[in-house]
Write a protein that binds this ligand. Structure first.
Ligand code: ZN
Length: 530
């Protein structure tokens, strides 16, 4: 289709002559396979149709590329999945059979932030050309180049007005429902998030990389990145990502390309003081959600005021070095994930409310500058990166700390009246539980609700709720249909965050349990006594 049409006639002729040597034919086709930005001097980004056509052409030319789909967008677009590896097919069964480390890379969760989508297409083409064959010894790379497919098709020249191109416009941030998919990992109100979490349950990637473009601060980094930010994340995973993986990749890029990469941050002047502040600890965000599943998460943010071409390249280099590190350390990563899954959290205190935490008193941040230019087609002004760098020293608020904790019990019990609602979320997230078949009584801790308030502002079409109260020991009767949830399971950190009454990103917060949280009532989930 698109790619075939671009093959020069002479090659097409010779291709017919040597059609039996299919690899030569395929490789000739690949040489002419260009992304939309490559074809248009980086003025446009790929449409959904172009992405599908591109990956079909690449996969047809390579035994190492396998195509599948992980679900659907609201408007019924199939969400393409490309799997690279020495495999029979793209199925989870084949991937598990290979025993390789599973790395998942997703792009376009925000469909105006298109550098990741284009970088992944270029990598997929080079995978078909055999340039990454070494990686197949240790890795299976699972890629979703166009996650927010509906948002991608809503191109407008005034989307993301300050971003440095593409001049021909880009898609929109939310999906077709108006939901931000990077706030939807806990409440799961979009078909896209449901599809993605289904993929996490089915393919269980050890590593998840989420590709974005920045929105604001004028720093001098080509990429800013983040690891999981919730303090409830497994400590070993957190320190491995920060102390080894990000340090190694940052140094390699600096020596290979000369560009600076660093932790994502913004520079608000809080109480008149400069500080490098990261974004948010809550698992509604992809990197934090993946962290609570005991998996390695890396967020990538291409710098919005670098040219579109530079953003694509910067993202591509980052992905390449992430894959290279994953390949070199595949056994360690797999082992670390397995150990985290077997940690028994019973009796430990985990956070339910959090605040920014200064993780370094003094950090040298590379600040930059921009100048204003005009989009020739829309007439709108945007910012272009200047190649100037100055160092500003400031405290680093690159982490969070718990301001309130709660005990992880041996067991949670869900009252029958809320069992259908709660179990639907446990099923969605892949959390194990059992159902009570005969009435039983036991002593447990019940949470008596003293305040129950909703936010003044609607967010993601929901008025978020916060309840207060206290646990107290009481006799509880569990009728048939009630749920029993053992916290000794791999997803215990996620379970705790979903179900604790004071959690800032759980079922209460998202107004999912509103029927049962009036002042004076008992929260419909009990916990076992200490
Ligand atoms: Zn984004």
């Amino acid at each position: 289709m698109l790619a075939t049409a671009r093959i020069p006639r002479t090659l097409w002729f010779w291709g017919l002559l040597i059609w039996t040597t299919s690899s030569a034919w395929g490789q000739s086709g690949l040489d002419q396979l260009l992304t939309a930005p490559e074809r248009t001097n980086f003025e446009t980004t790929s449409t959904y149709e172009e992405v599908v056509s591109f990956i079909e052409t690449a996969a047809a030319a390579s035994e190492r590329l396998h195509l599948s789909s992980f679900g659907y967008s609201l408007e019924g677009r199939s969400l393409p999945l490309v799997v690279f590896g020495d495999l029979d097919d793209a199925s989870a069964t084949s991937i598990y059979k290979s025993g390789k480390l599973r790395v998942f890379i997703q792009a376009n969760i925000h469909a105006g932030e298109v550098c990741g989508k284009e970088a992944l297409l270029m990598i997929i083409r080079d995978m078909a050309l055999g340039k990454y064959d070494d990686l197949a010894q240790e890795l299976v790379v699972i890629m979703a180049p166009i996650y927010n497919a509906d948002g991608n098709e809503r191109v407008n020249l005034f989307n993301r007005p300050r971003q440095n191109g593409p001049y021909g416009g880009m898609g929109q941030r939310p999906n077709a429902q108006g939901l931000d998919l990077n706030r939807d990992h806990m409440k799961v109100k979009s078909p896209e998030a449901r599809s993605l979490i289904g993929l996490f349950n089915e393919y269980d990637p050890h590593v998840v990389v989420d590709l974005h473009t920045t929105n604001g601060t004028r720093h001098a980094y080509h990429i800013t990145y983040s690891t999981p930010l919730n303090p409830n994340t497994d400590r070993n995973i957190d320190s491995f990502l920060r102390q080894r993986w990000m340090k190694d990749v940052t140094a390699t890029i600096k020596s290979r390309i000369g560009w600076d990469y660093y932790y994502y941050g913004n520079l608000p002047y809080r109480q008149g003081e400069a500080g490098w502040y990261t974004f948010d600890h809550r698992p509604r965000f992809n990197n934090n959600y993946v962290g609570l599943r005991n998996r390695m998460a890396i967020l990538s943010e291409g710098y919005a005021y670098a040219t579109f071409e530079e953003r694509i390249l910067a993202t591509r280099y980052f992905v390449e070095e992430i894959l290279s590190f994953a390949s070199d350390n595949s056994k360690v990563i797999a082992q670390m994930v397995e150990v985290a899954d077997n940690v028994d959290l019973k009796g430990s205190e985990l956070g339910v409310r959090f605040a920014p935490h200064m993780n370094e008193a003094s950090t040298d941040i590379l600040m930059g500058d921009v100048y204003t230019e005009t989009n020739p087609y829309s007439g709108a002004t945007y910012f272009n990166r200047k190649d100037t760098v100055y160092t500003q020293t400031m405290p680093n608020y690159g982490a969070f700390e718990a301001t309130e904790t709660s005990r992880v019990p041996d067991t949670y019990y869900v009252d029958k009246k809320a069992a259908d609602v709660v179990s639907s979320y446990l099923d969605t997230h892949g959390i194990a539980y059992s159902v009570v078949s005969t009435t039983r009584s036991l002593v447990a801790e019940a949470f008596a609700i003293t305040t129950s308030d909703v936010s003044k502002n609607e967010f993601q079409q929901i008025f978020e709720r916060e309840i207060n109260g206290a646990y107290a020991q009481t006799e509880v009767t569990l009728e048939p249909g009630s749920l029993i949830i053992d916290t000794n399971q791999p997803l215990a950190r996620l379970l705790f965050y979903l179900i604790e009454p004071r959690s800032d990103d759980g079922l209460v917060d998202w107004a999912i349990l509103d029927k049962w949280v009036e002042v004076g009532s008992i929260y419909p989930v009990f916990r076992s006594v200490e």
